[in-house]
Design a protein around this ligand. Structure first.
Ligand code: NDP
Length: 323
């Protein structure tokens, strides 16, 4: 017996249907994982609404999970039944059990629970590549981060502080402002404020070398105005809607700026990069430098409620769905 949340046609949270599905058999190169926890991520909303196209319908959405290996397919030699594993970036996670390509799975070290793993693999590895590779944050850098109280955001705030940066976070409510300050943010701005003016004030006119912007449409242009000359705009999400690229001349006019639109899949496409990224994440979590806040849990069958909360901006930190 196996159950999953499937989407038969794109739309609102009501399109998330809990139904019985066949128990999958691992094909060569795959492992069957029984989930103990599934991660909730904003990308799940994009797949549900159709902003990101599923390869076919009906689709089991969800990109992240953690649990125990039940069986392995032909050719899988480094995993065995009973191993505790997690993954991020493989569509099909909103299920009690599912098959995953074995080369996308990471074994969990002691001290990391499956619930914690489901809360952090996608958001935490994203924080890792954004802060360590897309732009390598140095001690003394001042960085600007949107949606700082969210899943990716709250991890990035703590990690950037651990790296010695000054963190300016943007959030929508005073409660979220308090939350990011409690996690180390130096400055908490409210999204209704004039963000470039506030950044100018805080940096004494120098502005910032990098902006991490996952809000997208609503914030893109103002984010460019927060950068110093030759600064890097990291546009890594579309919570308010996708960004259409303006006339490239705008980058010249605003100081020879760089823009990138990165994805975790690109940064972890090679297995060695996946393992190194996960390892780095495990280290900061096990050392206590970064605390994974599972601030909401929902039964997996109630994924629609979880989506309403996420899109309604009522969640902070990470959210986990429990099968
Ligand atoms: P979050 O927990 O950060 O939730 C989204 C947050 O965005 C909200 O809490 C809200 O915070 C803010 N927001 C601003 N405008 C809106 C809006 N119009 N509607 C809804 N929310 C809005 O989600 P995740 O941590 O899962 O993901 C954060 C972002 O990072 C997403 O855009 C996601 O797509 C992106 N992402 C990108 C990856 C990549 O590799 N490119 C990988 C992982 C995530 P507030 O109320 O404070 O404004």
């Amino acid at each position: 017996m196996n159950h999953a949340i499937r989407v038969h046609e794109p739309g609102g949270p009501e399109k998330l249907v809990w139904e019985e599905v066949p128990r999958p058999d691992p094909k060569p190169g795959e492992a069957l994982v029984r989930h103990e926890a599934v991660g909730l991520n904003y990308i799940d909303v994009y797949f549900r609404t159709g902003l990101y196209k599923a390869p076919s319908l009906p689709v089991t959405i969800g990109m992240e999970g953690a649990g125990v290996v039940e069986a392995v397919g032909e050719g899988v030699t480094d995993l065995k039944p009973g191993d505790r594993v997690a993954y991020a970036g493989a569509l099909g996670a909103y299920a009690e059990a599912r098959c995953v390509p074995a080369d996308r799975l990471v074994k969990l070290p002691e001290g990391i629970s499956t619930e914690q793993a489901a809360a952090m693999m996608l958001q935490g590895m994203t924080a890792q590549y954004l802060l360590r590779r897309t732009y390598r944050v140095q001690p003394g850098d001042t960085i600007l981060l949107h949606a700082a109280a969210g899943g990716v955001g709250l991890i990035m705030v703590q990690w950037a502080k651990h790296l010695g940066a000054t963190v300016i976070g943007v959030v929508s409510t005073p409660e979220k402002a308090e939350l990011i300050k409690a996690h180390g943010a130096d400055h908490a701005l409210l999204s209704g404020e004039d963000i470039p003016a506030r950044v100018q004030e805080i940096t004494g006119g120098a502005m910032v070398p990098v902006v991490y912007d996952s809000v997208g449409r609503d914030t893109f242009l103002a984010s460019l105005d927060c950068l110093r000359p030759l600064g890097l705009m990291v546009s890594f999400g579309n919570a308010s809607g996708p960004v259409s690229v303006p006339d490239l001349g705008i980058l010249a006019a605003k100081g020879s700026l760089y823009v990138t639109r990165p994805t975790l899949n690109t940064y972890t496409a090679k297995r060695e990069d996946l393992l190194a990224t996960a390892q780095d994440l495990f280290e900061v979590v096990r050392s206590g430098a970064v605390k994974i806040r599972v601030n909401q849990t929902f039964p997996l069958k109630d994924a629609a409620e979880a989506h309403r909360a996420l899109e309604g901006r009522r969640t902070t930190g990470s959210t986990v769905l429990l099968p």
